[in-house]
Design a protein around this ligand. Structure first.
Ligand SMILES: O=C(O)CCC(=O)C(=O)O
Ligand SMILES: [Fe+2]
Length: 360
């Protein structure tokens, strides 16, 4: 994912952009020059909302073998044709979703002193807070505040999570555990759709990493000149995204244009990530996406990224390699990604997955 752009912004945070207020209420007349991105990279305000987002009822995965096979097929088609899909009847109650978002927004609204202790530009830190909102910068910045933390195994990492707001750990953990169960179920369906069986990676995923990127995008006075997050693909097998309001844009596998993703209450959005592209030998492509802004309302998102263990390499499934489809990718681990990130700037277009491609 993005990240490296924080190298010069982690120290220069600015919470004076009070989060709950619209840009006008905060009296912000314009976006500082340092945030303004070149015209070719600016979001177009007329970007169409994607009309054919696959919405999949995953309760069928727990139903009869016939029902399950239909859902598996739909998931496979969505991964191949789009690189993303949305899920309903995922089994996570609305209150768990809402409480995770409330915990996130309460964290971001805390006074600076509670957040500062988590600030770091060390991308390998298990808990990290950062913001692109700063004055006097001389590089392209992004209009986002984030808290990232590892979440699995929960008992190992939760003690590093913020103690404030007091219910942050409880509420976020509740969501983390639930969304991880959904991720395991969806990954089983994905490997099944590839003809590898539903338990192909379940053991490795059991010991895998879960990183939660908790994002906050304050209202922006000129949302057409700046982005919340630059275009990137995720360093995961899959990412599950919970969002409040529209802002996510994607370029699906079968299109060339940016499309806005609708946000429907209670729906979770699933992205194919880099490691799944490697595993599937490019049958399923990790999806390019970015976060855009609005001038009215703070938007929150919680991205839960699921991959294998820190040193467990994801290799292309040998079942998907033959003479017509030679192995297209080098194997890689989460640690390999962190190493890549520490020397490459994803905000400037570096791409982990491109780096893994074997040139033919
Ligand atoms: O906030 C969003 O819509 C996207 C977040 C995202 O892509 C990420 O955290 O990797
Ligand atoms: Fe992402």
């Amino acid at each position: 994912m993005e990240d490296k752009q924080q190298k010069s912004s982690d120290h220069g945070h600015n919470d004076e952009f009070s989060i709950g207020k619209s840009a006008q209420e905060r009296g912000l007349p314009y976006v500082p020059d340092c945030y303004v991105i070149p015209p070719s990279e600016r979001p177009d305000e007329n970007t169409e909302t994607s009309k054919d987002v696959p919405v999949i009822d995953i309760s069928g995965l727990r139903s009869t073998p016939h029902e399950r096979s239909l859902v598996v097929k739909d998931i496979g088609v969505a991964c191949r044709q789009k690189g993303f899909f949305q899920i309903i009847n995922h089994g996570i109650s609305q209150s768990v979703l809402d409480e995770a978002i409330t915990a996130a927004s309460n964290f971001f609204e805390l006074p600076k002193k509670y957040k500062q202790e988590f600030m770091s530009n060390d991308v390998a830190k298990p808990v990290r807070y950062g913001t692109g909102l700063k004055d006097g910068c001389d590089v392209v910045q992004f209009w986002r505040i984030f808290l990232k933390h590892y979440a699995h195994p929960l008992e190992k990492w939760i003690e590093y999570w913020p103690l404030n707001p007091p219910d942050y750990r409880e509420k976020m953990a509740h969501y983390a555990v639930n969304v991880r169960n959904v991720a395991m179920e969806v990954m089983g369906a994905i490997t099944e759709s590839l003809g590898l069986g539903n338990s192909y990676m379940s053991e490795e995923l059991e010991d895998g990493m879960q990183v939660m990127a908790v994002n906050c995008y304050p209202p922006c006075p000129q949302p057409d000149r700046v982005l919340g997050l630059p275009p990137h693909t995720d360093y995961s097998c899959i990412t599950i995204l919970l969002q409040t309001g529209q802002g996510l844009q994607v370029i699906s596998t079968n299109e060339e244009e940016w499309r806005l993703i609708p946000d429907n209450h209670g729906v979770l959005h699933v992205h194919v990530g880099d490691f799944l592209e490697v595993l599937s030998n490019g049958l399923y492509k990790s999806v390019l996406h970015r976060a855009t802004l609005n001038s009215e309302k703070t938007r929150y998102s919680i991205a839960s990224l699921h991959s294998l263990g820190m040193d467990e390499k994801v290799e292309t499934a040998k079942e998907l390699v033959d003479e017509q489809h030679p192995k297209g990718y080098k194997g890689s681990s989460f640690r390999d990604f962190l190493k890549f990130l520490s020397t490459n700037d994803i905000a400037e277009g570096s791409s982990f997955i491109k780096n893994l491609k074997i040139k033919s």
